[in-house]
Design a protein around this ligand. Structure first.
Ligand code: ASP
Ligand code: MG
Length: 416
């Protein structure tokens, strides 16, 4: 008899009919002999609706009050699901984050979980109940309601699974697993049976939106076995594992992620002397703007250089302003910015043991006449910045070049 934490996202509980369907699924797992803790999100669209209500009153509402408001969305679904379970003769009990005592810090709208009191949950489980917990919310040390940031129900589920030492944390959503890339961009994208935790972390941080990144970090830290599955379609989903496949045939590349949220900034004609990178990026960091990719060229004339980096698009205007000031102080030639870019990344632990991945990637892009603006690499990923208009073409070219439409080891798989 396993202890399983199941999480159902907003679309999975988006209507009364869907909540009834979730109740059927929970019941089936229970009849298979499992003990169940179920985490639910607010009904689809509800969190956005609440945000709009708040903003109709104040453009930037008090974060404490915003959390009180936003936490109501999940309170609706826990109650409805328990009613649906009760109707089916299944004993169930709902809890808000504060009732469980999911204790967080006080950073309203983006709080972090500090600890979870599992006593009440364990007692209910021992008495044969299904426990239904509101996702996305907690309570700080002073009893204030907090929320964990958009998509935070994933994190609630993983954190509960960690605290309860659950056998598995199952994230039910509207897709049937983690794909090699976004199927809306590349229809040949394939569901992965397994992906390593490290790869999933990269995919999530690079813009693949299946799981909230914080939930993946949490799963990694506490080694929670995690599975992504569809609410609407039976199947094994994708297991996020901690072991790397040792088969020779294992894929070199697991997936292609992309991120449309970045913007590029360049300072040209910067004097090429020590301290320049610090002089440019210091004020950006002081403004709390995160920098992702950085490229500094060697100036052709030997005494000046160009300096390029990327930031989140939301920070673009601010970064541009700061940079104009910096450029003037440094006597640089010009500041340029571009928001029409996208970051495309190949992810795979197999890169560690295979040479030549980068050159194959660049050749595949070149064959489509796609210009690469920036490149960065880590042990298990290679990222390039390209013009946004080439996103679809680039993803498809790489998907084909690395044979991602075929299962690893299948006949005619990716060339070595
Ligand atoms: N309801 C919250 C949101 O829409 C939390 C979640 O669904 O995970 O972001
Ligand atoms: Mg979600």
């Amino acid at each position: 008899m396993a202890l399983i934490v199941q999480k159902y996202g907003g679309t999975s509980v988006g209507s009364v009919e869907r909540i009834e369907h979730v109740a059927d699924k929970v019941l089936r797992a229970r009849e298979a002999g499992h003990r169940l803790v179920v985490v639910v999100s607010a009904m689809a669209g509800e969190t956005n609706r609440l945000l709009e209500l708040a903003r109709a009153i104040q453009p930037r509402p008090d974060p404490r009050e915003l959390d009180v408001l936003l936490a109501t969305g999940e309170q609706v679904t826990i109650a409805l699901l328990c009613m649906a379970l009760g109707k089916r003769g299944c004993p169930a009990r709902s809890y808000t984050g504060a009732q469980v005592q999911i204790v967080t810090d006080s950073a309203h709208t983006k709080a972090r979980i500090r600890r979870i009191d599992d006593e009440r949950i364990r007692r209910d489980l021992a008495e044969g109940r299904v426990v239904v917990v509101a996702g996305f919310q907690g309570v700080d040390e002073n009893g204030n309601i907090t929320t964990l940031g958009r998509g935070g129900s994933d994190t609630t589920a993983v954190a509960l699974a960690a605290a309860l030492r659950a056998d598995e944390c199952q994230i039910y959503t509207d897709v049937d697993g983690v794909y090699t890339t976004d199927p809306r961009i590349e229809p040949k994208a394939r569901r992965l049976d397994r992906i390593t935790f490290e790869e999933m972390l990269e995919m999530a941080s690079l813009g693949s939106k299946v799981l909230q990144i914080r939930s993946v970090e949490f799963a990694g830290k506490y080694r929670v076995p995690l599975r992504v599955l569809s609410t609407f379609q039976d199947g094994p989903g994708t297991l996020i594992t901690f072991e790397e496949d040792e088969e020779v045939e294992a894929a070199q590349i697991s997936g292609i992620a992309f991120n449309r949220d970045e913007a590029q900034l360049t300072v040209t004609g910067v004097p090429d002397r020590p301290g320049i990178a610090a002089a440019i990026l210091g004020p950006i960091a002081e403004a709390n703007i995160e920098v992702d990719m950085i490229v500094q060229n060697i100036g052709a004339d030997g005494n000046s250089t160009d300096f390029t980096f990327t930031v989140h698009r939301n920070d673009y205007e601010r970064a541009l302003d700061i940079l104009r000031g910096v450029a003037e102080r440094l006597g640089a030639r010009e500041v340029r910015g571009d928001t029409g870019i996208v970051k495309l990344s190949l992810v795979g632990v197999g890169m560690r043991s295979h040479a030549g991945i980068a050159s194959r990637m660049f050749a595949a892009l070149a064959a489509e006449n796609i210009n690469i603006r920036m490149i960065s690499t880590s042990e298990i990923k290679i990222s390039v910045v390209i013009d946004e208009k080439y996103l679809e073409l680039g993803v498809r070219a790489l998907h084909a070049a690395f044979g991602l439409d075929r299962a690893p080891g299948a006949a005619g798989g990716a060339p070595a």
